[in-house]
Write a protein that binds this ligand. Structure first.
Ligand code: GDP
Ligand code: IMO
Ligand code: MG
Length: 432
């Protein structure tokens, strides 16, 4: 099989969109397999900025089939708007395929997401994107969800919606003291959106399976990052899907081996949106400065991202969990001119070296990173957007080599700017 999986190795927003767009021309099919409108994948191509939430990033290439798999959750109204915006940007959508088995994010999911967050209050909040992701995946697991296919059977859809809405309204009204949601506007909006999506809906597992069998090149596009993975992330401060390479098989309807070569995208430093553990977080002025230089504001919610040093303990765990065989290191240019750089190489707990990740929240709070200091990368605009390693100053090359050495995984690409072309290829990337 000629396939590869590109995933985030940190807490999301590593630059997956930029990287997938840069390599999508080498694929025949790009498949999203988990997550939903919580994702925000930014691409800057030919001077135009695109932000994808549900639609796979490969859509900018007319020859690439773009699949939204059964493991995703789709806010059909938001997706309809996303498609309209892409059409306005002159992006052709004829190669888009949406899984009839994907679950639909309903307005009551968003309302519950918001109500639960507010009820948790202050530090207890997960800091979700409030896109209804958690409640929708919860309904999927509870077997009360509504799938895309259900929208094309209006009678049955209305029955399920009625039943679900009665239950959710009881929770919203009696538990959260919120107004109930009305049935008819939801029914109408869903059916209207379903009509707009109809041309794209099909059995996408078949599309992916056929492509693999025919020897086509298939790239699986991860959303979020391994530290937000439902099982392996910093639970409960995670998303509700399998953001690791392990999600490919169930989320796309292909055998586990179809994930192929796993390529991990990591920022040259670390960011996180929302609450939860972040051992190398830079608080105060340095963190604010990094946020400003790196323009670290969420692509979906616009929230400021928390910023900190690169964490090789965290990345080591990510490499072990995902089996990643190549790393794309993004935003190296952001570190230029920042000053002496620190990289976490170990954790200490109670004054002793601590191996592994704690499962409990309190355990994370007790961790202190052990840093190695690396020389500052000089501010020099001449290598912004560099495409050749020789254009980089020696200290920047040493930073990359340090990461590679410590993780034992080749850095096959260094990204040097947000634009499609701004990257240095150091080796084979997708392994097709
Ligand atoms: P994703 O969710 O992983 O696709 O990442 P986002 O799009 O949410 O956030 C990454 C941000 O960094 C976007 O604004 C990208 O345009 C930008 N970006 C990606 N790679 C680079 C890079 O190498 N250098 C710089 N300066 N910006 C980058
Ligand atoms: P991309 O694909 C960064 C975070 C939220 C919150 C937690 C749970 O652009 O990398 P959710 O709405 O999923 O229930 O929120 O996960 N989160 C992301 N952070 N990038 C993302 O996606 C994210 N998707 C969810 O901020 O902390
Ligand atoms: Mg993002």
């Amino acid at each position: 099989m000629r396939s590869a999986t590109v995933i985030g190795l940190q807490w999301g927003d590593e630059g997956k969109g930029k990287v997938i767009d840069a390599f999508a021309s080498e694929a025949d099919v790009v498949v999203r397999y988990q997550g939903g409108g919580n994702a925000g994948h930014t691409v800057i191509a030919k001077g135009v900025k695109y932000v994808f939430h549900h639609v796979p990033t490969g859509i900018l290439y007319p020859g690439v089939t773009c699949v939204v798999g059964n493991g995703t959750v789709l806010d059909v109204v938001a997706l309809k708007t996303e498609l309209a915006e892409l059409t306005e940007q002159k992006v052709a959508l004829s190669n888009l395929r949406l899984s009839s088995r994907a679950h639909v994010v309903m307005p009551y999911h968003r309302a519950l997401d918001e109500a639960r967050e507010q009820a948790r209050g202050g530090t207890g909040q997960i800091g979700t994107t409030k896109r209804g992701i958690g409640p929708c995946y919860a309904d999927k697991a509870s077997r009360t969800g509504i799938r895309l296919a259900d929208l094309y059977d209006p009678q049955r859809f209305a029955e399920r919606l009625r039943r679900n809405l009665d239950e959710k309204n009881a929770i919203l009204v009696h538990l959260f003291r919120r107004p109930p949601l009305a049935f008819e506007p939801i029914r109408e909006a869903c059916l209207d959106a379903a009509e707009a999506l109809r041309p794209y809906v099909c059995d996408t597992a078949r599309v992916a399976q056929d492509a693999l069998r025919e020897g086509k090149r298939v790239m699986f596009e991860g959303a979020q990052g391994i530290m937000l993975d439902l099982d392996h992330g910093t639970y409960p401060f995670v998303t509700s899907s399998s953001a690791s390479s392990a999600g490919v098989s169930s989320g796309a309807g292909v055998p586990p081996a179809a994930a192929g070569k796993v390529v991990g995208v990591a920022k040259a430093y670390t960011t996180r949106v929302g609450s939860g553990p972040f051992p190398t977080e830079l608080l105060g002025e340095p963190g604010d400065r990094l946020r400003e230089i790196g323009k670290e504001y969420g692509a979906t919610t616009g929230r400021p991202r928390r910023c900190g040093w690169l964490d090789l303990v965290q990345l080591g765990e990510a490499v072990r969990l995902t089996g990643c065989a190549g790393i794309v290191l993004t935003k190296l240019d952001t570190l230029a001119g920042f000053g002496p750089l620190k990289v976490a190489v170990a954790y200490e707990r109670g004054g002793k070296r601590h191996d592994g990740f704690p499962a409990d929240e309190a355990g994370w709070e007790e961790l202190t990173p052990v840093y190695e200091e690396l020389p500052a990368i000089p501010a020099d605009p001449s290598y912004l957007g560099a495409t050749d390693e020789d254009q980089l100053p020696g200290v920047a090359r040493e930073y990359v080599a340090f990461v590679e050495r410590r993780l034992g995984v080749p850095v096959s690409v260094v990204s040097t700017g947000p634009q499609r072309e701004a990257l240095i290829r150091r080796g084979d990337v997708l392994g097709f």
